[in-house]
Ligand binder design. Structure first.
Ligand SMILES: [Cu+2]
Length: 118
């Protein structure tokens, strides 16, 4: 009995620095992810801002302020909205670094870019 409880407490003692280390590594990233939200307006057939740089974990929300429908489609189909009517929104959370070019599938001359930098 004494031997078993000694074994468990020793395991817990060995594991705790690892757990604390994991929390220290994970906590700042969770906090950053929770606070990063950016809006891209769609108005007058233009994405605004059309060129946006963010960090991983950021959620971008597109809002259609025009009186006609628009859609947001990434060139390599990383994300794709349905047709957005007036005041409709579409959100995508970027987890990986990279450049993401997108356009409106209804008006392909409307283009924008999201750059995700570490
Ligand atoms: Cu459009």
């Amino acid at each position: 009995m004494t031997f078993i409880s000694f074994g468990i407490s020793r395991m817990a003692w060995m594991a705790s620095p690892v757990l604390v280390g994991l929390l220290l590594v994970a906590a700042p990233q969770l906090a950053a992810a929770a606070t990063s939200e950016v809006t891209v307006k769609i108005a007058n057939f233009t994405f605004s801002p059309a060129d946006l740089t963010i960090t991983p974990g950021t959620t971008v929300t597109w809002v259609n302020n025009d009186d006609i429908p628009h859609a947001v489609v990434e060139t390599e189909k990383t994300f794709r909205s349905k047709a957005l009517d007036t005041d409709d929104k579409f959100s995508f959370t970027f987890t990986n670094p990279g450049e993401f070019s997108y356009f409106c599938s209804l008006h392909p001359h409307m283009t924008g870019k999201i750059t995700v930098k570490k």
